[in-house]
Design a protein around this ligand. Structure first.
Ligand code: SF4
Length: 348
């Protein structure tokens, strides 16, 4: 019998690593592994920006690291295009606890995976999904919806839970042995850990969750603030890195302020000055800020005071704040001594 060709979606977590091992080593398939970069992956975004973790080290991409441990090349595919952004701004199946439209996000990924599978001439797609592990996106009915809407009916194998789900085409045709698949469900990871031990898998990231900015409450507030202040539900690609950078303030429906928190963020913000004001205090060290929209004079004073408040000149009676945009320059003299309570009402 020919060797089945299986396309795996890999996150680098324990479940998708186990799925890879099951499909390659127990089912004997030819495996092609891919990892989708959405633009909202925390570790990968930080890695690309050179941001170190608490231990002072920049974390590797977990999917690539998992592939390297298993001797499997993992292809990184960037899906952070406008099509994906439109899906997450207008999800058919709604959001999870924060700004995470997991069902629509998975469908979009699986549609792309299906296209890759078909171009490659593969038999099925597989993932590390576990029935009932996540409250919304891994319910039985949801797994079925994702399979149907992505056009992968009968061609989507979840090896960890397969025995609890209807057989896939590859199982029905005897291309792979259903008996070698598993019946794991629920939130406990005990069975996966036991399985990892059987495979001799000792190194894998702890199941901490929170690998996606969209699941983060503070990020979600900023994300929805953008959507709530535009006529059409649309988010632009260059807004995503900014959502994870700095302190955000909604000054008015048409004006937003982003103030950096670190030297690194100063550097980040400088890359996004197109169409935005760059604001900073003159003569004293302090943050850089970006302003979106066209503020009124009063708003310019307020913004300058907020920017001044976060710099070394915060106790001075007078501070010069410089506004720059597209070659033009303005200077405002303000009193930066502003109470936090006066700022808090603008904080997003
Ligand atoms: S957490 Fe949800 S929204 Fe984020 S990448 Fe995963 S499926 Fe997509």
């Amino acid at each position: 019998m020919r060797k089945p060709k299986a396309l795996g979606l890999v996150s680098g977590g324990l479940d998708s690593t186990l799925a890879l091992l099951i499909v390659r080593d127990l089912l004997g398939c030819e495996v092609r592994a891919i990892h989708f970069y959405t633009g909202f992956c925390i570790t990968e975004s930080q890695r690309r920006r050179g941001i170190a973790g608490k231990d002072g080290k920049v974390k590797p991409n977990e999917a690539l690291a998992a592939g390297a441990r298993l001797g499997i090349e993992v292809e990184m595919i960037d899906i952070s295009d406008q099509g994906y952004l439109d899906v997450i701004a207008n999800p058919k199946y709604g959001y999870g606890a924060n700004a995470n439209p997991c069902i629509d996000c998975r469908i979009d990924m699986f549609v792309r995976a299906r296209q890759i599978l078909e171009e490659w001439g593969g038999d099925f797609v597989f993932t590390g999904e576990v029935l009932g592990q996540r409250p919304k996106s891994q319910r039985r009915s949801t797994l079925w919806v994702i399979e149907r809407d992505s056009g992968l009916q009968g061609r989507l194998l979840r090896p960890l839970s397969a025995k609890l789900l209807p057989p896939t085409q590859a199982e029905i045709e005897g291309l792979i042995d259903r008996e070698k698949l598993f019946a794991i469900s629920g939130r406990s990871r005990k069975e996966q850990m036991a399985l990892a031990e059987k495979f001799g898998l000792t190194e894998y990231p702890q199941p901490a969750g929170g690998c996606c900015y969209l699941t983060d409450e503070a990020f979600a507030r900023k994300f929805f603030d953008i959507l709530d202040h535009r006529p059409e539900r649309r988010i632009e690609r260059d807004e995503i890195p900014l959502l994870a950078t700095g302190r955000h303030f909604r000054i008015s429906p048409a004006v937003k302020l982003i103030v950096s928190r670190t030297e690194g963020e100063n550097f980040q913000l400088r890359r996004y000055t197109d169409g935005r004001y760059l604001v900073q205090a003159r003569d004293v060290p302090g943050p850089l800020a970006l302003v979106e929209g066209e503020p009124t004079w009063e708003e310019m004073v307020l913004i300058s005071r907020i920017v001044g408040r976060y710099g070394k000149g915060r106790d001075r009676a007078k501070l010069v704040v410089v506004w720059e945009k597209e070659g033009g320059k303005d200077e405002l003299v303000i009193d930066p001594r502003i109470e936090d309570s006066a700022i808090d009402e603008y904080r997003i």
